[in-house]
Design a binder for this molecule. Structure first.
Ligand code: GN1
Ligand code: MG
Length: 364
């Protein structure tokens, strides 16, 4: 994107003035994001990835509904929603998204000021804040009419279906990479039953569907730059009906790992138990009234399943020739897959302790 294009796109939104400068924000793996400055006012301009989100209008409908609901809840609770929830800026014709001549889809949010996001938290206390933010997010959406949300990526955490996709990718071997991946492939074949256990429990009615975030990475929570307190949950593209277990699990997968999601040195990767406890202590009190005992008991299963699911998604994309996730170097998706596989092995080793910890919370 060059400056002219950014200016042209920005002109289609009701901004406070001329765009004076912009910088690209590079943290996400899916959308392209830019921070715009219009005098004292700042915005985030995002190009929605329409390879990933086939129906961007549906994404935007969800985002609009959910942000309005959150803003109402915050206002009712006597809080100023300005820095506590995302806020969409209208297009000049009153819509929530602008589609340009090339079919690219754009939206604008208010930029949340004096806030920061962290790819990695610095302290257990910070991670407790992240846990409280995702727990609060789920609690505020507890009474949202889930049936009114579109499924923006159908079968997003249908791990059984993802397994089929994986099997297909291996059989097709689109990029000719399968021959070197025998250990990785059998790693997943050995875990097929575990991976489908949440889907099965939902089907049997043992776990309820809730409105969930579905991408609970640490960097999707904004923290107040001064106080370090959690402010706002961002990246609402995948808010859909889902299981609470996945939100809890995905947050720990990302934030309680000792290393980055794509750490190439496997000896640096393990599950940090202090971070596990801190996040759980922040998350559970927020949702304690809403969750069933079955959900609470199975929270650690969410961590196991989601880590395995993402490891398999990274490997699938590597096998397919890197069609989905943005990569920064040729075997980036394989490095990511191996890092998540290593993390999963450590989660499996700690599993009984994780379950004992959440079981103790049920007694409180
Ligand atoms: C993607 O765009 P980003 O980085 O927030 C992905 C998540 C993965 C994550 C792994 C829509 O999220 O499911 O967990 O990468 N989002 C989508 O970093 O596929
Ligand atoms: Mg995301």
């Amino acid at each position: 994107m060059d400056r002219n294009e950014i200016m042209q796109v920005a002109a289609h939104f009701r901004l406070a003035g001329e765009v004076e400068s912009y910088v690209e924000l590079t943290a996400g793996l899916i959308n392209n994001s830019y921070r715009l400055s219009c005098g004292a006012k700042e915005y985030v301009l995002q190009q929605i990835n329409t390879y990933v989100f086939k129906q961007p209008e549906q994404v935007m409908s969800n985002v609009q509904r959910v942000t309005e609901h959150l803003r109402c809840k915050l206002t009712e609770a006597g809080e100023d929603p300005a820095r506590r929830s995302l806020h969409l800026i209208e297009t000049t014709d009153g819509g929530n998204m602008y589609r340009d001549e090339q079919g690219r889809c754009w939206r604008v949010y208010d930029f949340i000021t004096d806030a920061l996001t962290r790819d990695r938290v610095e302290t257990a206390e910070q991670f407790r804040q992240v846990g409280a933010a995702f727990g609060e997010f789920q609690r505020m959406l507890f009474d949202f009419p889930a049936a009114e949300l579109y499924e923006t990526i159908p079968h997003f955490h249908d791990t059984r279906k993802r397994f089929e996709t994986f099997r297909q990718a291996v059989a097709t071997d689109r990029a000719g990479r399968v021959k070197d991946l025998a250990p990785e492939i059998s790693f997943f074949l050995n875990r097929e039953e575990m991976m489908s256990s949440i889907v099965v429990a939902i089907e049997r009615g043992e776990l309820p569907l809730r409105v969930t975030h579905n991408d609970t990475k640490t960097n999707n929570v904004m923290l107040d730059a001064q106080t370090g307190m959690a402010l706002c949950v961002i990246d609402l593209d995948t808010v859909m009906p889902g299981s609470a277990l996945y939100d809890y699990g995905d947050a720990l997968r990302f934030g309680a790992s000792s290393a980055a999601e794509d750490e190439p040195d496997l000896s640096k990767i393990w599950l940090d138990m202090d971070y596990f406890r801190a996040f759980t202590d922040g998350f559970v009190p927020q949702v304690r009234q809403a969750l069933t005992d079955a959900e609470l008991k199975l929270l650690p299963l969410g961590l196991k399943v989601i880590t395995c699911e993402l490891a398999m998604r990274f490997l699938t994309d590597y096998i397919d020739g890197d069609l989905y996730f943005k990569i920064r170097y040729p075997n980036h998706n394989l490095v990511r897959a191996r890092a998540q596989m290593r993390l999963l092995e450590d989660i499996e080793a700690w599993y009984d302790e994780l379950c004992a910890y959440t079981a103790r919370l049920m007694e409180k």
